[in-house]
Design a protein around this ligand. Structure first.
Ligand code: GN1
Ligand code: MG
Length: 363
């Protein structure tokens, strides 16, 4: 075995149609390793699937192939270009949908959608309305997808009480001896323990329907056209699974309706913007609203609060566990992210009645 970097071994498994000019790290994802492969005639995205986070990468690829084919057919029938509107998986030289390298890690390649950008936060309310419409349309398009064929890529992904439990376990174990630094944060979460169960309880009682959802609808998972500002394509399909509409709406709000990046440490800059919330709701409900029940619409703000609290708990648990899940750039990164998300939760609570009024105007 040579000691060339693994991404080069992976790239060599593909025929890109023209000579590779460069392979460079790409994007801001916290989980997979992503590279942009620039060739003479085209660009591709090469990704190593994180095998710690995703225990069955083959099942992920099966999900993604099914979903992208389904969406591609619908786009083609509407006269739209599937190569821009959804991800296209490139086959290996051996005709496989992914490559397993000499160390057993999984790689995949998609066409890079040219002339687009993934934004960490929205530039304007209009951008948020467009990304809301894109995620709303994504959910509508998958409304008749055979959900029973989807693998659950991460079980209990948005089961907030389960996430609470994982945090409690991390605190009890206190592997890194960091618990003493985070007592305020633990109290913050504990005070909201009852809230964690709101959505899962409604699901269990049959009052909220299970849908095919994206489950990771942050702003940077929709590509925006550099020229027109239109939302072109929803990406990062690793967590498409059965879920609640409130998960997708809520996760977008968490990321998109904040005035600062997810890891901004100056908390005086971190605000929940009701205007951005309104803007996203407008786009999302225009595209998905027709199919939603009254309870689904009324629980959208709960989704926003719980997705924010939940990922804050996940960052905090990962900090306590020694940063084994999310990529970090410095030792306190996960703690800073958690504090940032909890600040947003507080701001949402302070603007709760206004959030409710926005969604109720759609009933
Ligand atoms: C992770 O991979 P990325 O960066 O899109 C995480 C999401 C979190 C997000 C927080 C599979 O998403 O659940 O909301 O970080 N994905 C997984 O930025 O855990
Ligand atoms: Mg992701």
């Amino acid at each position: 075995m040579s000691n060339e970097p693994l991404y080069q071994e992976a790239a060599a498994a593909y025929d890109f149609g023209s000579e590779i000019q460069s392979i460079t790290p790409y994007g801001g994802g916290h989980i997979n390793d992503t590279y942009l492969v620039t060739c003479a005639d085209n660009q591709y995205v090469l990704q190593r699937i994180n095998g710690f986070v995703f225990q069955h990468p083959d099942e992920i690829m099966e999900n993604i192939l099914g979903i992208t084919r389904f969406i591609a057919e619908k786009l083609a029938a509407q006269g739209e270009d599937p190569a821009r509107g959804t991800l296209t998986i490139l086959k290996t030289r051996d005709g496989a949908d992914y490559y397993v390298d000499s160390t057993g890690q999984y790689w995949r390649v998609t066409l890079n959608i040219q002339g687009t950008t993934a934004f960490e936060t929205a530039d304007s309310p209009e951008m948020l309305t467009k990304s809301g419409a894109a995620f709303g349309a994504f959910q509508s398009m998958l409304a008749d997808y055979p959900a029973e064929t989807l693998h659950e890529t991460i079980p209990h992904f948005h089961d907030t009480p389960a996430r609470y439990h994982q945090l409690a376990e991390a605190a009890v174990n206190d592997k890194m001896n960091r618990l003493r630094e985070v007592t305020d944060e633990i109290v913050f979460v504990h005070d909201r323990k009852a809230d964690c169960a709101i959505l899962m309880d409604l699901l269990e009682k049959g009052e909220l329907p299970l849908k095919v959802t994206h489950n990771d609808t942050k702003m940077s998972n929709v590509l925006i056209d550099n020229k027109t500002g239109e939302a072109v394509c929803v990406i990062d399909l690793d967590t498409v699974m059965p879920g609640l509409t409130a998960f997708d709406f809520g996760d977008s709000i968490r990321a998109g309706a904040s005035t600062a990046a997810e890891d901004e440490t100056d908390l005086s800059k971190v605000h929940f913007s009701l205007d951005l919330f309104k803007a996203y709701a407008e786009g999302f409900l225009r595209e998905a609203g027709g199919a939603l029940t009254e309870t689904e619409i009324r629980t959208l703000p709960v989704g926003a609060k719980l997705m924010t609290l939940e990922v804050g708990m996940r960052f905090l648990a990962d900090y306590l566990n020694g940063d084994v899940y999310f990529k970090i750039a410095y030792p306190q990164h996960n703690l800073d992210r958690a504090r940032n998300q909890f600040r947003l939760v507080e701001e949402m609570e302070a603007q709760w009645d206004d959030m409710m009024a926005v969604v109720e105007s759609y009933l």
